[in-house]
Design a protein. Structure first.
Length: 441
C-alpha cells in the first residue's frame, strides 16, 4: 500500500523547511530506514529516512523548494498504485501573470513640448535676464520654455524645467532618438538627426557586476532574530577587563597533565563557561538567568542552560549546554566541544538549539578587544569574551605588565538595571582572577 513521504515537523517554532537533496530519485527502490532526503530548518540540516520499503512513485517537490511542515512531498509504494489522494493541493499557488497581446498595447507617447510663440508688444520674447543667462549657459532655446511669470514672462525656473526635460524633438523626429544630441535650434532634434540617432537607440547589453543569492535558512533565522532583538529590547553593554594570569597558569598546568589525569583539553573558554554558570546560579544574579516574556512577565530559572555561540559555514548557531551549573569543569569542556562539532557538521537538532537561559559569545580567537554582543531573545543577557592583551598596573609602587582579557555584558534594561549588571561583571572578574578558589567550593 502506498505511503506518503512527509516534510517532518521538527519543532513548534518551525513552519517550513527547505528540501536540500533527494538521495533517491523517482522510480528507484528504497529500503526502510535508508536515507531518503535531507532538509534544512532555520537552524540546521537534517537527514530523513524512508518510512517503509518500496519504490519512489512520485516526488512532488524539487531540491531547493521551501515546503511547509507535514506537507506530502512524495509517495512510496508498489509500481502502478494510484497516488491521487496524496497529491498536494495546488490551491494557493501563485497564478501565472496575465499575458498581454502586443497588438493591444499602445507605444508610450513622448512628452509633448509646447513651444512658446507668443511675442511681446515690441516683437520679442518676454525673458528675464536671469532666465536668458541660464539658457545661454545651458545651450537651450528659451522659445521652447513654458512661461510661468507675470504676463507670459519666461523666468529662470522655466528654463530649469526645460533643461530637466532634456532635448526636445520636432513632430517628424519624435520617438526616433535616444541618448544623442540634436543639431536643430536649441539642441532640438530634427528629421536630419534620425539616421545618426537610430543606431544608438538600443543600448548594448552588459553583464551585471553583482550576484544575487538567496539567504540560507540559517541566515534568515539569524537576520530575523537580530532584527527582533535590536528593535524590541532596550539593550545596554558594560565592559571591563580582568587579570588573566591565574587562568592562564591553570590552563598551562591542565594542558601539561591532562592526559595522565584523564582530563579533557580544557580551554580558556571552558573556564569562562564554568565561572559564568556558577555566577548565574547565585540568587543576586538571577535576573540575568531569565527570560523576558511578552506579557511583561520575567521567568527565572533554577538551573543554568548556557547558550554557547558557535561559528559555522552556514552562520552563527547557539547550542545549549543544559544544567551547566551542575556540571564539572571537565564535563563542560567535553560537552561544549561535542556541541560545537555537531553544529559545524550541520547536524544540530532544534532541541539542541533552544531553551538557553544565557549566552556566551567568544571572539577572542580573532583578537577582538571589545564588541557589543546582541541578546538572543527572550534571554535577558549575553556575555562577550574578548582576546588577550598586555596591560600595565601598579603593584607595590612599581609598574607591572600583565595579560588581560575583556568581558562585555549586554543586558535587557527592561529587566536588569545598570548597577546589578555591573555587580555581575565585578563578581565574574573577581572569580576569574581567583579561579583556584572557585574550584575549592
Amino acid at each position: 500500500m502506498a505511503q506518503p513521504i512527509l516534510m517532518p515537523n521538527v519543532g513548534i517554532s518551525v513552519e517550513s523547511c527547505i528540501l536540500t537533496e533527494w538521495n533517491k530519485k523517482k522510480g528507484e527502490v528504497v529500503k526502510k530506514d535508508e536515507l531518503l532526503f535531507t532538509y534544512e530548518t532555520d537552524k540546521s540540516t537534517v537527514e530523513e529516512t524512508a518510512p517503509c520499503d518500496g519504490t519512489i512513485l512520485e516526488q512532488f517537490f524539487e531540491e531547493g523548494d521551501d515546503i511547509p511542515v507535514m506537507t506530502v512531498i512524495g509517495v512510496i509504494g508498489n509500481p502502478g498504485e494510484n497516488i491521487d489522494e496524496f497529491i498536494p493541493s495546488k490551491s494557493g499557488e501563485e497564478q501565472p501573470p496575465e499575458t498581454v497581446n502586443k497588438d493591444d498595447t499602445k507605444p508610450e507617447q513622448p512628452e509633448t513640448i509646447h513651444v512658446n510663440t507668443e511675442k511681446a508688444e515690441d516683437g520679442f520674447l518676454k525673458v528675464s535676464p536671469r532666465a536668458k543667462a541660464l539658457a545661454s549657459k545651458a545651450g537651450v532655446d528659451a522659445r521652447f520654455a513654458t512661461p510661468t511669470g507675470a504676463e507670459g514672462r519666461i523666468v529662470e525656473g522655466d528654463i530649469q524645467v526645460l533643461i530637466d526635460r532634456g532635448p526636445s524633438a520636432t513632430y517628424a523626429a519624435s520617438g526616433s532618438f535616444q541618448g544623442a544630441k540634436g543639431t536643430g535650434i536649441g539642441g532640438k532634434f530634427s528629421v536630419a538627426d534620425i539616421d545618426v540617432a537610430v543606431p544608438d537607440a538600443q543600448p548594448a547589453e552588459t553583464q551585471p557586476n553583482y550576484t544575487d543569492e538567496k539567504m540560507s535558512g540559517v541566515r534568515r533565522a539569524i537576520a530575523k532574530t537580530m532584527k527582533l532583538s535590536l528593535s524590541s529590547i532596550p539593550q545596554l553593554t558594560h565592559s571591563l577587563s580582568f587579570d588573566a594570569t591565574e587562568i592562564l597558569e591553570f590552563r598551562k598546568k591542565i594542558k601539561n597533565s591532562a592526559e595522565g589525569m584523564g582530563l579533557n583539553n580544557i580551554t580558556l573558554n571552558d573556564i569562562i563557561l564554568f565561572a559564568v554558570s556558577r555566577m548565574l546560579s547565585k540568587p543576586e544574579h538571577r535576573a540575568l538567568n531569565a527570560h523576558y516574556l511578552e506579557n511583561d512577565t520575567v521567568r527565572y530559572f533554577n538551573s543554568v542552560n548556557l547558550g554557547v555561540a558557535v561559528d559555522t559555514e552556514k552562520g552563527l548557531l547557539v547550542p545549549t549546554l543544559f544544567n551547566a551549573d551542575k556540571k564539572s569543569l571537565n564535563e563542560i569542556s567535553v560537552q561544549a566541544k561535542e556541541l560545537a562539532a555537531i553544529c559545524q557538521k550541520g547536524a544540530a537538532t532544534p532541541d539542541m538549539l533552544s531553551n538557553g537561559t544565557f549566552t556566551v559569545s567568544n571572539l577572542g580567537v580573532f583578537g577582538i578587544e571589545s564588541f557589543t554582543p546582541v541578546i538572543n531573545p527572550p534571554q535577558t543577557g549575553i556575555l562577550g569574551v574578548d582576546g588577550i592583551t598586555t596591560r600595565v598596573k601598579e603593584v607595590n609602587g612599581e609598574l607591572k605588565a600583565y595579560k588581560a582579557m575583556g568581558l562585555s555584558l549586554t543586558y535587557n534594561h527592561s529587566v536588569v538595571d545598570g548597577a546589578p549588571a555591573s555587580r555581575f561583571l565585578a563578581d565574574l572578574k573577581n572569580t576569574l582572577e581567583n579561579f583556584s578558589v572557585l574550584l575549592c567550593k
